[in-house]
Design a protein around this ligand. Structure first.
Ligand code: SF4
Length: 231
């Protein structure tokens, strides 16, 4: 497993918990607006931390940190993930998994084994627009649908989120997303922000008013939909 980074303390990545975030390198998507570009295209150069270092750090922070957020890249591309999460679990941490939803089998296994408490799944775009948003020719939509469905109808705590990007998304995306995950208990619309780490720089953000317009469309199907990180 390629661990590229560790954010030692965050109040943002795990809702309601003081957490550390572990960044795994590599991804099976190539979203042009990805803000972790180096982690996706060149994980071998993006940093290298051993599992032992992470576990040692977490052991020291027991009783201070409450949770661990596992993000990427795409964590579920690693078949060793359950073994690593078991070690984290044994230290007494709550665990949140960030995923693009392409590995429903792994998500189900992690829940079955009691190794995750929450999943945050990206909804990249409307299903019709996934090839563009995920930056790959075959975005494994059957798998993505299966994971979303599993979360919608299962017992695991979850949230869905979409990063809205001008040049990728239109109103049509949010109309379709609303129908797709109708009634979801938690859905967040996030605004794209340009940064040096973006995979394909040059996209723009929507204005606050445009985002509020998308939110109104979404709330017709997902009353709990909200905007995150926009003033
Ligand atoms: S945004 Fe997520 S799913 Fe897309 S390329 Fe980046 S890490 Fe992978």
């Amino acid at each position: 497993m390629k661990i590229c980074g560790l954010n030692k303390t965050t109040m943002l990545d795990y809702p309601g918990r003081l957490a550390a975030t572990v960044f795994l390198g590599g991804c099976n998507f190539c979203c042009p607006f990805c803000h972790n570009g180096p982690l996706v295209i060149a994980p071998e150069k993006a940093g290298n931390i051993s599992e032992q270092e992470i576990l040692k750090f977490l052991e020291k922070r027991r009783g201070i940190l409450e949770g661990v957020c596992i993000t990427g890249g795409e964590p579920t591309i690693y078949k060793e993930l359950p073994r690593f999460l078991l070690s984290v679990r044994k230290l007494g941490y709550q665990i949140k998994l960030d995923t693009n939803g392409t590995n429903p089998g792994m998500v189900k296994e992690l829940e079955r084994e009691g190794l995750i408490d929450m999943v945050a799944m990206d909804i990249k775009a409307a299903p019709d627009n996934y090839i563009r948003a995920a930056g790959v020719q075959n975005p494994s939509m059957e798998a993505v649908f299966e994971t979303a469905d599993y979360l919608l109808h299962g017992q695991l705590d979850y949230e869905f989120r979409t990063t809205a990007v001008k040049g990728i998304h239109t109103r049509e995306d949010f109309m379709q997303i609303g129908k797709w995950i109708k009634g979801a208990k938690a859905y967040f619309l996030q605004s794209y922000r340009e940064s040096q780490e973006v995979l394909c720089p040059g996209f723009e953000s929507f204005t606050r008013e445009e985002l509020l317009g998308f939110l109104r469309i979404l709330q017709a199907e997902i009353p709990n939909a909200a905007i995150r990180g926009v003033d």
